[in-house]
Design a protein around this ligand. Structure first.
Ligand code: 7RM
Length: 658
């Protein structure tokens, strides 16, 4: 571990409270008591093939059973359930309808202007079949990539499932990304079609999704894209290119509702989802059919344990992995009623979430620490105005949760009746990896607790040795699991090097490096300490500092840029950029705003720096490396500590202190 990284994992948490599952909680859950968890964990560890093989046969429908559970003969390229044939949309729809549960509500959708749609499994099944047939009409066949750039409307879930039905992998691009970011992703994945909407409602604005698609495709800059399917959502005026664009409402309703699911090989691609890493452009994380389906299904079932009459709500956007696994695939594969909400909390509507919970009598609520911290700051008088007594389980995801926010969530939202599940995982892991099982695991505020059965997590140092209790180190996963990403789209070498062979002393051993620092306490509980690479986490959104730096440098006035995260009370981290200008350019307030807007344009508003500091030069080592550790301290307004002897020009530091 280098000094940059170790500096990040020095913090020692002093949290000693433990909450055992209460008697009533214990009785409510299928996985009851710590012993039961231990049994499952030990079984999965001692005979993983049997554990996963049995689970796959029990939990999923197979057109043809698999002949092997895990093929790890060519690490890190895993094959799970080889020889088997299944279909994710079948597992999410057909089987529930066939089992007589077609009239059960699959999705309760609430639009930002307040409209409500309740879609049964039967209706969802029909819509997905029609959409799947429509995609075929557009020339999409098995293996073709379809991009989605959509607001949070049911058509987003329908389109994902329709793709899965015909074996066309989807690539969902978050609607908050810019046309530039969309173009990069369309070209990287060679998408054949884009599914979008005229626009979307976001906060108090209407966003122009179709216009962004038009810009991304302008001047034949994405030659692979042949058609654009457009959902009418906002009714705003848009341009229409008849040889390329087609309205959803003109194409889908006339399609046949009969579309037999494609029998997919276990390892056929289900989707590609782009995520930020420490180097270069975002990478396309590839997930495949059976393993991903099983992992989303099982983790959802183990952790949320949703009853037949219960209502579950995850507040993520389908543009992120949390939306994929825990709004769409996990809940639907389990035949659960999942809520999809187009809105986001904001000052003009501070009680929106609690209002939704009250009106829909939501039982399980899954959100991000950043949202909880914002609610906490706004004060308990707002949630106290609502009836939240339907809640029985609360979850968090996306970033570390501070113990204060954890306790507030438990007391103010959960009225001390709901266990809290702090779930650690990543786009790459497909589903939750470290989390309490609410009926089994005693919780500690701020700890994601223990790995799920089948997950062998550890904290190691740069020599590849497990570190002692309470020591910081790298969080790693030591054996493959069904939901693991299979490769980086178009770049298997990057997959190998960045994830499985990153820790040089154990090259060849194939240990999955998550990019996070962590510590285990005396009970073996994991305390995640955040990224140790150049990834920053702003409100639970992952951004690569390199990506933002490239965006800045692409502006004509900028010579060099360095971006760091600064601890932020609400967002977790905020973006601070240090920028040096070309010698003939003047720093000004106008240019500062222009640069912020430029980053929004290049990536999306989530990447807009909160602060930009102009400087003549960046602090560098003699070998030319930017010393980010110093910049992080400066951005946080701290004393610059530690070794600065490698700094080339000490005067630079004084200049940067503003
Ligand atoms: C699901 C998701 C992944 C990164 C990961 C961590 C951070 C996520 C937690 C967490 C502490 C958690 N996917 N992270 N969950 N840190 N406790 N419970 O967020 O690919 O977008 O981000 O998020 O740093 O590496 S992601």
């Amino acid at each position: 571990m280098n000094s940059e990284q170790s500096a990040k994992i020095e913090t020692v948490l002093q949290e000693e409270r433990v909450f055992e599952p209460s008697e009533s909680v214990l009785n409510r859950y299928s996985i009851k008591g710590f012993e039961k968890y231990k049994q499952m964990f030990d079984f999965a560890k001692s005979d993983p093939d049997k554990f996963w093989g049995e689970a796959a046969l029990r939990e999923l429908h197979w057109f043809k059973p698999f002949h092997s559970v895990l093929d790890w003969s060519d690490p890190p390229f895993a094959k799970w359930f080889d020889g088997g044939k299944t279909n994710v949309s079948y597992n999410c729809l057909d089987r529930h309808v066939k089992e007589g549960r077609g009239s059960k509500i699959a999705i309760i959708w609430e639009g930002e202007p307040g409209e409500i749609r309740r879609i049964s499994y039967e209706e969802l099944f029909v819509e997905v079949c029609r959409t799947a047939n429509a995609l075929k009409k557009l020339g999409i066949s098995k293996g073709d990539l379809v991009a989605l750039y959509m607001p949070m409307v049911p058509e987003a879930a329908i389109a994902m499932l329709a793709c899965a039905r015909i074996g066309a992998p989807h690539s969902v691009v978050f609607g908050g990304f810019s046309s530039e970011a969309l173009r990069d992703r369309l070209n990287d994945g060679q998408a054949k079609a884009v599914i979008t909407a005229d626009g979307g409602f976001r906060k108090d604005k209407i966003i122009a999704l179709k216009e962004a698609v038009d810009r991304a495709l302008a001047n034949e800059s994405c030659p692979s894209v042949k058609s654009v399917l457009v959902v009418r959502r906002t009714n705003q005026n848009i341009s229409f290119y008849p040889d390329r664009d087609i309205w959803w409402h003109e194409l889908i309703p006339s399609q046949s509702a009969n579309c037999p699911p494609e029998e997919m090989e276990s390892e056929d691609r289900l989707f590609v989802l782009y995520t930020s890493g420490s180097t270069g452009k975002p990478k396309g994380v590839v997930h495949t059919t059976a393993g991903y389906n099983l992992w989303a299904h099982l983790t959802f079932k183990w952790i949320f344990d949703v009853g037949e009459e219960e209502i579950y709500w995850c507040t993520a956007d389908v543009g992120w992995i949390t939306g994929h696994s825990y709004i769409v695939y996990g809940p639907l594969s389990n035949g659960v009623t999942t809520v999809m909400y187009e809105g986001v909390p904001r000052p003009s509507n501070p009680g929106a979430f609690w209002d939704l919970i009250q009106r829909h009598k939501i039982n399980i609520f899954y959100t991000a620490p950043t949202a909880i911290r914002a609610f906490m700051k706004a004060g308990r008088s707002i949630p106290d105005m609502y009836d939240l007594s339907s809640l029985r389980l609360l979850g968090t995801v996306g970033e570390p949760i501070n113990p204060e926010a954890w306790i507030w969530y438990k007391e103010v939202i959960g009225h001390d009746n709901c266990p809290i599940v702090d779930t650690w995982w990543q786009t790459e892991t497909g589903g939750i990896m470290i989390s309490p099982l609410p009926g089994a695991t005693p919780t500690k505020p701020g700890s994601a607790t223990l790995p799920l059965p089948g997950i062998e997590a550890d904290v190691i140092n740069s020599d590849g040795q497990s570190v002692e209790a309470n020591q910081g180190g790298y969080l790693v996963i030591k054996r493959p699991w069904p939901g693991m990403m299979r490769t980086v789209h178009g770049n298997p070498q990057r997959f190998r090097e960045n994830y499985w062979e990153y820790l040089s002393p154990i090259k060849g051993e194939h240990v999955y490096f998550a990019g996070d620092g962590a510590r285990r306490d005396n009970d073996g509980y994991f305390w995640i300490m955040g990224r140790v690479d150049d990834v920053i986490n702003v409100s639970g959104h992952r951004l690569g500092t390199m990506e933002i730096e490239s965006a800045l440098v692409s502006h004509k006035a900028v010579a060099e840029a360095a971006v760091v995260g600064r601890p932020d009370e609400i967002k977790g981290e905020s973006i601070v950029a240090f920028v040096s200008l070309d010698s003939d350019k003047e720093a000004s307030k106008g240019l500062l705003e222009e640069l912020k807007a430029h980053v929004s344009n290049e990536i999306g508003s989530i990447a807009r720096p909160q602060e930009i500091r102009f400087t003549n030069a960046l602090p560098k080592t003699r070998s030319g490396k930017i010393m980010r550790r110093l910049l992080r301290s400066l951005a946080a307004g701290e004393e610059v500590k530690g070794d600065t002897s490698t700094l080339e020009d000490k005067n630079v530091l004084d200049q940067l202190r503003t």
